[in-house]
Ligand binder design. Sequence first.
Ligand code: SF4
Length: 317
Amino acid sequence: MSATEFAKYRYLYGPVPSRRLGRSLGADIVPYKICSYDCIYCTLGRTTKLTSAPGRLINATDVIREIEQWLEQGGSADYITFAGSGEPTLNADLGEMIRATKKLTDIPLAVITNGSGLGEPEIREAVSMADVLLPSLDAGTDRAFQEVNRPVASVSFFGMREGLVQTAQQFPGQIWLEIMLVEGVNDSKAELHAMREIVRRVCPDKLQINTVERPSKSGDARRVPDETLLRACEILGNSAEIITNGVVAHTDSQQWREIEGELMRMLSRRPCTMSDIVAVSGRSIHEVTKHLQSLVQEELIEQIGDADPYYRSMTGG
Ligand code: SF4
């Protein structure tokens, strides 16, 4: 399926090559950027609506119709992944979407979540139908939790931790826990030992250690050195795997180059905000963000501002 064909989907993106999930078709089920966290490492920028209250954010029927259409056109992937430009469990219709998708296909379903809502029985019930749950755990103490995840006041460290443990005890599928390490914030030995206690209670099927791919614009989030990643694996257990570098293996992808060419042409005509680019390109914000970041890193374009930033070409074209 070509990149152009994909532009017609509003909520689907990919399939993208993902180190964690192989070829994964993403379903972006939360508008930009509704989240219960405002993580210092977030690649999507600052959270614009900080909340822990699920709501009817994106119509379930529209998402299911797109998945149906994609399947009818011969779509194939290793996973269909419910994620979002924010926290997918804040979509109150997540359970309905998973249930309906399971009726349409045998492709395994994954849900990527920050885990903050797993203390709520309705959210545990909604995700229970997924094949794989990929929650985050970035802190072993409340201090680090507040500093890394900057949660909405209604989400406590205790509630997050116990929700995660309770989910792990009940969830019938696989749990792949991801820990994102940020230099000087949650990478101390004491913090890693505190996380180990939680990891032992969760007993995930996979434990994946990640770090910041590149410094955040504010400079608050920095990548940890390789030796810290290795130390984290030693402390957290032999089953831990490092997944940084290669979350999206895109360097030789024809589709990736086509999309970047399209964005460069758009920005060479005039500077555009993130919302403009999403609206004009017909792509999900998730997908657009990844490409824009890559172009910023290559210094082909410049990002100005953080909340709905705008972008301009630096090539003068
Ligand atoms: S939970 Fe995810 S979307 Fe929300 S702020 Fe953190 S990294 Fe960003």
